[in-house]
Design a protein around this ligand. Structure first.
Ligand code: AMP
Length: 416
């Protein structure tokens, strides 16, 4: 199916063409016609599925017709959990709204208040905001939502995880009751149900590429690491084996991210860190460095990497596994985007096995155990994990089960 069939305005079709999108993705095919018809939506779609354009396009189409209401404030509000995700949405709005004359802006934390206050005093077509900073402005009486027609909650589960549930509800309560609401979330479990009940009216539910489904474009594998030094040696090899392709490496702590980036630099791999303790300026600069190829590796924590959209990122490495299995899916979704293929490698130290078990239980998939020549682990998989191995996989240690066959053994694509 083509974008023309979705009922989009020619101005938007031109921009879609300029972005190089040939056909709508699944979520776009499902969500765009429903959103254009004015329905409330609750959609589960992972990052990398094209979900941003799935709400940006109908939002822009609505904005092509002038508002009947005069005054200040936005007609469309997109709430996103982090500054990085808000930036990604703003970029999609800029690109897809290229031929439409729209006034848009962002209100996010870590930036000066003055320009944001001036922005909020104007009639705005579309505003992208993080809930904390928007609430600051609302508390000071600086936000007028009387013209608001459409509210989008992007990565709503993450916003709630970050403690923004009250802020999101208060912001929604300040907007007109007859607004349209589109909610995107990786899951619909837990407190998200309450938000759906309170904020959406007879929503249509769309489920695309749910968290437990397969990331077909991403090859996943893991290497067992005996200790920290072994992990570092594995990381170096994995990065070097990608022949200069760019990589995103995840650590569990901010300090760990700083240290690992520093150590990689010392070993001649150009790197920078990205985490929540860095100023907005330094975070932006790090992302720019990755975008323009000044660095090969970004070492990041989960919160900072949320929403990061780097075209052509070939490799994601979990230096530490995340505590939350859903974060694993989000992390690996940073590669294999927009039709590319990618590789996700996890380095499994002793403390990572229980986390791995939870990830494999949630995704229902076993990640292929692989061994690099010269970096074989001395210890195998713990017995408790062997007991969970899939039938037919045998009970031998991973180093023996795959042999020492030279070049890294590539994990099978999970679709295989
Ligand atoms: P998202 O899931 O919104 O984070 O988008 C993931 C990536 O896919 C972004 O780089 C988009 O620019 C790209 N993208 C979105 N829609 C399409 C499409 N229909 N065809 C190709 N790429 C797309």
């Amino acid at each position: 199916m083509s974008f023309e069939r979705l009922g989009l305005d020619p101005i938007l079709l031109r921009a879609i063409d300029k972005c190089g999108f040939k056909n709508p993705s699944d979520i776009q095919r499902e969500a765009i016609p429903l959103a254009l018809s004015g329905k409330d939506l609750m959609a589960s779609a992972q990052t990398g599925t094209g979900k941003t354009a799935a709400f940006v396009l109908p939002a822009l189409q609505r904005l092509l017709t002038p508002s009947a209401k005069r005054g200040a404030g936005p007609r469309v509000l997109v709430l996103a959990p982090t500054r990085e995700l808000a930036t990604q949405v703003s970029e999609a709005v800029r690109d897809l709204g290229h031929f439409a004359r729209l006034t848009t802006g962002a209100v996010v934390g870590g930036m000066p208040y003055g320009p944001q206050e001036r922005l909020l005093r104007r009639p705005l077509d579309l505003l992208v905001a993080t809930p904390g900073r928007l609430m600051d402005h609302m508390d000071r009486g600086r936000v007028d939502f009387s013209r608001l027609e459409l509210l989008v909650l992007d990565e709503a589960d993450r916003m709630l995880d970050m403690g923004f549930v009250d802020a999101v509800e208060q912001i929604a309560a300040a907007t007109p009751d007859d607004r349209q609401t589109l909610l995107f979330s990786a899951t619909f479990e837990g407190s998200i149900q309450r938000v759906v009940k309170r904020l959406l009216r007879e929503p249509v539910r769309i489920e695309i590429d749910a968290v437990t489904q397969r990331h077909e474009a991403i090859t996943q594998r893991l290497h067992i690491a005996d200790n920290f030094d072994h992990k570092q040696a594995l990381l170096d090899r994995v990065i070097r084996d990608e022949n200069g392709e760019q990589a995103l490496v995840f650590t569990s702590t901010k300090k760990g991210a700083d240290e690992l980036a520093e150590q990689l630099n010392q070993r001649g791999i150009r790197s920078n860190a990205l985490h929540g303790d860095m100023s907005q300026y330094h975070r932006r600069r790090a992302v720019e460095q990755l975008r323009n190829g000044r660095i090969q590796v970004m070492v990041a924590t989960d919160v900072a990497a949320r929403g990061l959209d780097i075209r052509g990122l070939a490799l994601v490495v979990n230096f530490d596994l995340p505590n939350n299995p859903e974060d694993y899916v989000h992390r690996i979704g940073r590669t294999g985007r927009g039709g590319d293929t990618g590789t996700a490698v996890s380095l499994i130290g002793r403390q990572d096995w229980p986390k791995l078990a939870r990830i494999e239980r949630m995704t229902g998939q076993k990640i292929e155990r692989t061994v690099l020549e010269g970096l074989e682990p001395r210890y195998g998989e713990p017995r408790s994990n062997h007991a969970r191995r899939a039938p037919g996989k045998g009970r031998r240690g991973p180093s023996r089960s795959h042999g020492n066959s030279g070049a890294p053994r590539r994990g099978r694509a999970l679709s295989a």
